[in-house]
Design a protein around this ligand. Structure first.
Ligand SMILES: *[C@@H]1O[C@H](CO)[C@@H](O)[C@H](O)[C@H]1NC(C)=O
Ligand SMILES: *[C@@H]1O[C@H](CO)[C@@H](O)[C@H](O)[C@H]1NC(C)=O
Ligand SMILES: *[C@@H]1O[C@H](CO)[C@@H](O)[C@H](O)[C@H]1NC(C)=O
Length: 281
């Protein structure tokens, strides 16, 4: 029997595999690292709603990805640097380019941590004590209510970074205030407790740094064990990025190719996790 020539075989594969060829031939609906903005001027708007301050980044409604994502939103939960850090607004803009209406609540009521937490006079312990769950949960709950009742959002994906990572888990709990969110992602979460991981009822994805004393190898292994052994199974994913440290999902040394790559991949990890969880691939 004659083996088909390479060209016949590859043509046949292309024809059969047309629908599984990923981005091939579908540029308007596909995600790649070009969607991630590292620098530049944020394009969203800050709005007030009662005592909430929200940064809102709108997708291009003519874009095929955005059309397919109408009714879904990203609720981005920031690190301690909040809306004052341009990188946090740029991350929101990147989620909007991925097709999602994106809303970022000011979790710190206009007073986030300074960009360099080592400046004299800033007391991290005190700051974190002032922004525990009793203060932060109501802000996120009010944002969830705003999304559902004012913006008509049906499905919410919550990516959380560092400080915000813990709250992505807290709001995946069925008993979370305002009904919580539907799918979560946490990059290098801090202060995350085993009980908070055990209580989640929706899919979660984690991006971890290999040099992170706030979510080190032991904390990561413990989190994986809780996820794997949960009696009520939820889909989960844990990715470890080498050459990175705490905060890499938000800010990296852009001249270090490995760090830049890791930040982009962590973003794509989150966006694809949301797409997948919502059946929007
Ligand atoms: C914000 O406003 C809501 C509704 O008016 C109120 O219940 C809540 O206590 C307020 N929160 C703060 C932190 O002032
Ligand atoms: C920081 O705040 C904590 C809690 O309020 C306090 O115990 C500690 O002494 C403070 N540290 C400094 C260096 O002021
Ligand atoms: C950033 O990364 C480059 C390339 O690895 C390195 O030469 C430079 O020292 C780094 N900058 C900082 C501030 O760490």
């Amino acid at each position: 029997m004659r083996v088909p020539s390479f060209s016949i075989l590859s043509t046949a594969l292309l024809l059969v595999g047309g629908s599984v060829a990923g981005c091939y031939g579908k540029p308007s609906t596909c995600l790649d690292a070009s969607i991630v903005a590292h620098t530049g001027t944020p394009v969203g708007k800050e709005v007030k709603h009662g005592n909430l301050t929200l940064y809102i980044s709108q997708p291009d409604k003519k874009n095929a990805r955005a059309k397919a994502r109408a009714g879904a939103a990203v609720l981005l939960l920031t690190d301690v640097f909040g809306l004052a850090l341009p990188e946090n607004r740029l991350l929101a803009d990147s989620y909007a380019r991925a097709g999602y209406l994106t809303v970022v609540p000011d979790l710190f009521n206009g007073s986030p941590a300074p960009g360099d937490i080592n400046v004299p006079g800033f007391n991290t312990t005190e700051f974190l004590a002032q922004h525990g769950p009793s203060v932060t949960d109501p802000i996120i709950a009010a944002t969830v209510s705003y999304l559902r009742s004012k913006l008509g959002v049906i499905r919410i994906a919550a990516p959380g970074y560092c400080f915000g990572g813990r709250y992505a888990f807290r709001f995946l709990d069925d008993d979370a205030p305002a009904g919580g969110v539907d799918v979560g992602f946490a990059a290098h979460p801090s202060l995350l407790e085993a009980g908070e991981i055990a209580a989640i009822r929706g899919p979660v994805s984690i991006a971890a740094a290999d040099n992170d004393n706030l979510f080190d190898a032991a904390a990561r292994a413990a989190a994986e064990k809780v996820l794997a052994e949960k009696p009520e199974k939820v889909p989960y994913q844990v990715n470890l990025y080498s050459g990175t440290s705490h905060g890499f999902g938000v800010r990296v040394n852009l001249t270090d190719p490995q760090q830049k790559y890791a930040k982009e991949q962590a973003f794509l990890q989150a966006a694809r996790w949301f797409d997948h969880s919502f059946g929007l691939e």
